[in-house]
Design a protein around this ligand. Structure first.
Ligand SMILES: O=C(O)c1cc(=O)[nH]c(=O)n1[C@@H]1O[C@H](COP(=O)(O)O)[C@@H](O)[C@H]1O
Length: 280
């Protein structure tokens, strides 16, 4: 039997994890500055120790999101650390979202999709972040492979950075914002989802206004809480009626509690507590 045949679809597995473990995604973002603050060298050994502590501390979290860029910055040795991080999270039964933000022409997208979403890749994760800004249709290879292997994708819709508005708040001919078009395209891939669909979107917690996610039937990742200024109240406001589908992401705000595993766990518990209204 293939590995994926034994799994439920990603969206269903995420819905269970959110209900059991609390509504939170924690990022593993090994910024050089954080390595220094943790008393670690800014090299591959530091990266590995940082990541091992995170894996140990986050084993009860619903979704863990390694930020691929911080591993790639160390070249092939950094990628090898990322493989071990993803493998350790997989073995502990924690859902992994690889934050790779991939997006390219279809034939190249196919290779990106195999990296993060195929059963045979060392980097296989439960889901990956993708950018639809080469056109949503260019994401087809990732959406198809994710559907085949019971994995998920999170499509950037309205990002947390102020520069995103230039593209994402532009309007198409029918008056919708570009961000809304991306949400609607994602929603069309979640028809028939039982609990939560496997095609999510990303909506920044820093935004004044968000696209309408009421019909998405998939998870809404909300990064930008803490270090970027977003708060639990912002998450509540932007979630609207979709409270149970929202997964706030916190990276630096939790990671700054390190290097102690106990302190990281306490920071996670505080964050989960602060968002308990989402799954109430
Ligand atoms: O896709 C993402 O995760 C993402 C989208 C977005 O709009 N904004 C955003 O901050 N992120 C990621 O979420 C994390 C936020 O980190 P903190 O600001 O430290 O909590 C980083 O890994 C970002 O790359």
């Amino acid at each position: 039997m293939t590995e994926h045949a034994a799994r439920r679809p990603f969206g269903e597995r995420l819905a269970s994890a959110l209900a059991e473990r609390g509504p939170l995604c924690v990022g593993i973002d090994p910024h050089p500055q954080l390595l220094t603050e943790w008393g670690l060298p800014v090299d591959v050994a530091g990266l590995e120790t940082f990541s091992e502590r995170c894996v140990e501390a986050f084993d009860g979290v619903a979704l863990v999101k390694p930020q691929v860029a911080f591993f790639e910055a160390f070249g092939s040795a950094g990628i090898a650390v990322l493989e071990r991080v993803i493998g350790a999270l997989r073995s502990s039964g924690t859902l992994v979202l690889a934050d790779a933000k991939r997006g390219d022409i279809g034939s190249t997208m196919d290779a990106y999709a195999r990296t993060w979403l195929s059963d045979t890749s060392e980097l296989r994760s439960d889901a990956v972040t993708v950018s639809p800004y080469l056109g949503f249709g260019a994401l087809a290879p990732a959406l198809e492979l994710a559907a085949q292997t019971q994995r998920g994708v999170f499509v950037l819709a309205a990002t947390s950075n102020p520069e995103g508005a230039q593209v994402q708040r532009a309007r198409v001919d029918d008056g919708r914002t570009v961000a809304q078009v991306m949400v609607d395209e994602a929603a069309a891939r979640n028809t028939g989802a039982v609990t939560l669909g496997s095609v999510g979107v990303v909506v920044g917690a820093t935004l004044a206004a968000a696209p309408d996610v009421g019909e998405l039937r998939g998870p809404i990742l909300m990064p930008g809480v803490g270090a970027q200024g977003g708060t639990a109240d912002d998450v509540r406001r932007l979630a609207g009626d979709a409270l149970r589908s929202v997964v706030p992401n916190v990276s630096r705000e939790v990671l700054r509690a390190g290097p102690s595993v106990a302190a990281l766990r306490a920071a996670v518990a505080r964050a989960v507590d602060g968002f308990s209204f989402l799954q109430a």
